[in-house]
Design a protein around this ligand. Structure first.
Ligand code: FAD
Length: 515
């Protein structure tokens, strides 16, 4: 992995010297008379957008970036690519991938976010659902549904400046997943343009194979141009609470209790933090408000290098409910350290938009634009104690300069027919290492982070842990086969059916374009 990164960084600075079979495509000829409502952009700014992502580790230049007017334009682009022997097409949501997944090396990038028609948001109050364009941002869906209708989708991601098509192609997980499943489970219908260049509307009962293939399908089977998402009444307010544990088994016991109880919070997450005064990784990372303080003198004497924070939230409505009784009842069942309870009340919109101020601060200090070697995985409950000892308490004992999320999820809330690969156990933990750098990281600092990720993955393999990568990234078919395991045959068959020439989402590096 490290060698690969270095190779890629070198390649980036020296692209002209590398022999490339798809390089000499005559782009003007290829896209000549492509009669689309939107536009084709060959400009430096567009190409730079198409060759960048949040991860900042990889860069692949497309031939052109296409802003589509709607699904018909997507059809025209894919059909044109099918006529060529080499062209590929990548839908780019908001480019928040880590490893170039939304890029197309000398291919066509469709900027899903760019066109108004792609991003329509139509609420149907009677059916309690919303039709949204594949390129719509979840932040816009939230604003529109709550402020105009007092309604909201049920399942979210922590950060909302992600597109509907982008998260549905992976899963979309957050603190509501234990109850409603990932965002994929709240979708009842999709409009998809397949790799055959056909627009197909699909659901659980109609063209169901395509429906289940596309959900969690890493963009391999079609481009989502519309999704129908279920809604529920939005609460006015949220009480957001963090409690601290010094023992991992007590933390996991309580998190598991909350996600399996009938009566629980509306949101359950957790994270690991460093037992120190480090301003980013340590005690301060738990505080929800500037008037709160973390007093380490109340920590038990024999506390390890890391501590654990259970993060929960309860919805309530102004003038109707008093969250106090329910909060006390639910917290009363938990074994957290009593001196370490922090809480605030927020509007529902502000709670769901809580990462915005982190983004603002990171942009301000320049660390939003630097590389982010993030690692996301699902680790089976049966292995989480061992993972904790080896990874959290040792490899990561000094933190990752950003959040280390870990919280349990239930497999029964996930549909086996989706394309996403999961651990075998009914309960598994999301582990997310959301690494940040300082404003001017050196190549070797980034390489060290990538190497540490690799060390963690290899540790899981060596110890035989039941785990899967979330937002996976591999460079070889062997690794992808191992990732999908028993589901690999199904994944390949789905690809043959819906994108037989392997035109779509080349940045995932699962299949290579064929003629
Ligand atoms: P892109 O990165 O642009 O695309 C991702 C993949 O999907 C590519 O292969 C692309 O070709 C394909 N794709 C994009 N649009 C479509 C479409 N319309 N149809 C078919 N395929 C498409 N994930 C979570 O689950 N929970 C979180 O809380 C969470 N928080 C995040 C916070 C940050 C700051 C970041 C950077 C990422 C976070 N993610 C989270 C990960 C995120 O869900 C994925 O990176 C997702 O792919 C990003 O969506 P995007 O719109 O930027 O997609």
């Amino acid at each position: 992995m490290l060698a690969c990164l270095v190779e890629r960084l070198v390649a980036e600075n020296d692209t002209d010297s590398i022999p490339d079979p798809v390089k000499d495509v005559d782009v003007d000829g290829v896209l000549k008379d492509l009669n689309i409502e939107g536009s084709i952009d060959y400009g430096v700014t567009a190409i730079s957008l198409g060759s960048r992502d949040f991860g900042g580790l990889y860069s692949e230049k497309p031939l052109a970036v296409i802003r589509t007017g709607g699904a018909d334009d997507v059809v025209r682009v894919i059909r044109r690519a099918l006529e060529s022997p080499t062209l590929t097409v990548a839908a780019r949501g908001n480019g928040h991938s880590i490893n170039g997944q939304a890029m197309a090396h000398h291919g066509l990038v469709i900027d899903m976010k760019s066109m108004a028609d792609n991003n329509r948001i139509d609420v149907n109050v009677n059916s309690m659902c919303v039709d949204v364009g594949g390129g719509a941002l979840w932040s816009d869906v939230l604003k529109h549904c709550v402020s105009e209708y007092g309604l909201a989708p049920k399942s979210w991601t922590d950060y909302l400046h992600l597109t509907v098509g982008g998260t549905l192609s992976n899963a979309g997980v957050s603190g509501q997943t234990f109850r409603f499943g990932p965002q994929m489970s709240t979708v009842t219908e999709l409009e998809v343009v397949t790799g055959n260049g056909e627009i197909i509307v699909c659901s659980n009962s109609h063209n169901s194979q395509l429906f289940f293939s596309v959900l969690g399908g890493l963009g391999q089977f079609g481009i989502i141009t519309r999704a129908r998402v279920l809604l529920q009444p939005a609460p006015d307010m949220v009480r957001w609470i963090r409690v601290v544990y010094s023992e991992f088994d007590e933390f996991t016991h309580d998190a598991e209790l909350l996600i399996t109880s009938q009566e629980s919070f509306d949101y359950v997450e957790g994270f690991v933090f460093v037992n120190s005064d480090d301003p980013v990784n340590g005690w301060l990372s738990v505080l929800l408000d500037s008037n709160q303080a973390f007093d380490p003198t109340h920590l038990p004497k024999k506390t390890g290098p890391v501590l654990y924070c259970l993060e929960v939230a309860l919805h309530y409505n102004n003038n109707h409910d008093d969250p106090f009784m329910m909060v006390e009842k639910l917290l009363g069942k938990l074994r957290y350290l009593k001196h370490f309870r922090f809480e605030i009340d927020l509007t529902y919109m502000n709670f769901l938009s809580r990462v915005d101020h982190v983004e603002e601060a990171a942009r301000g200090s320049g660390i939003w634009a630097t590389p982010h070697p993030w690692l996301n995985m699902f680790v089976s409950k049966k292995d989480i104690d061992a993972f904790h000892r080896i990874v959290f308490q040792n490899i990561l004992k000094n933190g990752v300069n950003g959040p280390i999320l870990t919280y349990p999820l239930l497999r029964s809330k996930w549909d086996n027919r989706w394309s996403v690969a999961l651990p075998k156990n009914e309960m598994f933990y999301l582990v997310a290492l959301l690494r940040f750098t300082h404003a001017h990281p050196t190549e070797s600092e980034i390489n060290e982070m990538v190497a540490q990720n690799e060390e963690i993955v290899q540790t899981c393999i060596k110890n035989g842990f039941d785990f899967k990568m979330y937002l996976p990234h591999y460079n070889s078919t062997v690794e992808w086969k191992r990732h999908f395991g028993e589901q690999w045959g199904r994944f390949v068959n789905r690809k043959r059916q819906f994108d037989p020439k392997y035109v779509l989402a080349p940045g995932q590096k699962i299949f290579t374009r064929n003629h």
